[in-house]
Design a binder for this molecule. Structure first.
Ligand SMILES: Cc1ncc(COP(=O)(O)O)c(C=O)c1O
Length: 423
């Protein structure tokens, strides 16, 4: 049996595979699992109640339920949701969008796969690339390019503060020069908030990237999986939802309570949306209807964004503050640094005294039942010295959205092992 290059590329071991496997696979029976790994969001009771109520309405409303389960939606997604979403973004933010600017996918992971391969890879005689201007970036992108060597990236600058925090800064000059020297770049991509670091690019940084995208006639893909206006897991005040014709905004219902239902929302100029819908027809026929049906009334009535701002954001902010306080307590006296937690559901720890690469430290922690994600997987992209980044193999990503006692105990164990394995 021979697998194609495409088959081999997608079926090889990857960081995201390991992360998803770690979520689902049982640990040895003699350890207590401390699941601080993958990207599972928390259960938020108020949000769950809203979906339950919508489902009860659906079940009791004539044949709406049967109507939903018995038909395929269009490849671009459920039309009534597309219309409602367009009206929502037009009215609330003044974005000049219609349903032709919106497509639904089976989760934003799929959206990114479609978008990346739309813009990076062979195009006639050219090889187009995708630029990540702020590395480290989301582990789930690293292996999504079908053609090898089409992802390029620029290592972030690091700014340290007195309180053992730091922040990754985009080297916008380097991004500008890179684009001047590399006309083959087909798109730029950032996650905002950034997974893994919890960084939130400011409005000015997004505008600067969008201007560069405009100048070079390429799209800026902004992955808004944790962003505004929903799920709103953003703890800074200098971030607004931003969209224009140069931006492809990728959203998701996963981190606002529906990870299992797989609903991604892409907002972009019409040609891109038409392409995403056409890819969806080939790859998946249609998008699942359940997510849009559950969320449509909540979106239209404003309840979804209200839940995001009033419940989801404070819920995670509270969890984040507790996790930071546990890190400060248990790591006290060691050399540790935390990326400023501005958004997302993760803390990103830099452990410069670690006596081994974080990939090995991850295995040490696994034996104790503590599941984390080692930093190396978040540094990818060709040719720009990303693996020389001082943080490359000395970071861990910690998901703090789970059970509080297990999160605290997990952090205690990580600190204990860090002391044991420090130089
Ligand atoms: C930054 C980012 N983008 C995209 C995704 C994919 O999410 P989903 O496919 O569930 O929408 C995730 C999941 O954790 C993520 O962290």
């Amino acid at each position: 049996m021979v697998f194609t290059d495409f088959g081999n590329k997608l079926s090889q071991h990857s960081g995201i595979l390991q992360l998803m496997d770690d979520i689902a696979k049982p640990l040895p029976s003699d350890v207590t699992p401390h699941p601080l790994g993958g990207g599972n969001p928390a259960r938020v009771p108020e949000v769950e109640r809203a979906y339950r109520r919508e489902l009860e309405h659906l079940l009791s409303d004539g044949e709406r339920f049967e109507d939903m389960i018995a038909h395929y939606d269009s490849p671009q997604g459920r039309v009534s949701f597309l219309e409602s979403a367009a009206a929502f973004f037009r009215e609330r933010y003044g974005w000049p969008v219609t349903m032709e600017n919106i497509a639904l996918t089976n989760g934003s992971q799929s959206s990114m796969f479609y978008l990346f391969n739309l813009f990076a890879g062979k195009a006639g005689n050219e090889k187009r690339t995708l630029l990540f201007p702020l590395m480290p970036e989301y582990i789930g992108y690293a292996d999504q390019g079908i053609e090898e060597g089409t992802f390029v990236s620029i290592p972030s600058l690091v700014e340290y503060y007195d309180d053992r925090t730091f922040k990754y800064r985009m080297d916008i000059k380097a991004v500008g020069s890179y684009l001047e020297e590399h006309p083959e770049v087909g798109a730029i991509c950032v996650s905002r908030p950034t997974n893994p670091s919890g960084n939130v690019l400011t409005d000015d940084e997004i505008h600067a990237l969008s201007d560069l995208a405009h100048k070079h006639s390429i799209p800026l893909i902004v992955d808004n999986a944790y962003g505004l206006p929903f799920p709103d897991i953003v703890f800074t005040d200098d971030a607004e939802p931003i969209w224009n014709e140069d931006i492809v905004l990728s959203m998701s219902l996963s981190k606002i309570g529906l990870p299992s239902i797989r609903t991604g929302i892409v907002i972009a100029r019409k040609e891109i949306i038409s392409a995403v819908g056409n890819i969806n027809a080939i790859a998946a026929l249609a998008t699942g209807s359940f997510g849009p049906v559950l969320a449509e009334n909540l979106l239209t009535s404003g309840e979804l964004t209200k839940l995001a701002a009033d419940v989801v954001r404070p819920f995670y902010e509270n969890k984040m503050q507790k996790a930071v306080s546990w890190i400060r307590k248990y790591f006290d006296g060691t050399e540790y640094f935390i990326h400023r937690p501005e958004g997302s559901i993760f803390l990103w720890l830099y452990l410069p005294s670690l006596s081994m690469p974080s990939l090995e430290f991850y295995s040490v922690l696994m034996k104790e039942g503590v599941v984390t994600v080692p930093g190396e997987y978040f540094f990818f992209g060709e040719g720009t010295g990303v693996k020389d980044h001082p943080h490359y193999d000395r970071c861990l990503r910690i998901n703090y959205s789970g059970d509080a006692a297990l999160t605290e105990d997990g952090i205690r164990i990580i600190a204990e092992k860090y002391r044991e394995y420090s130089v």
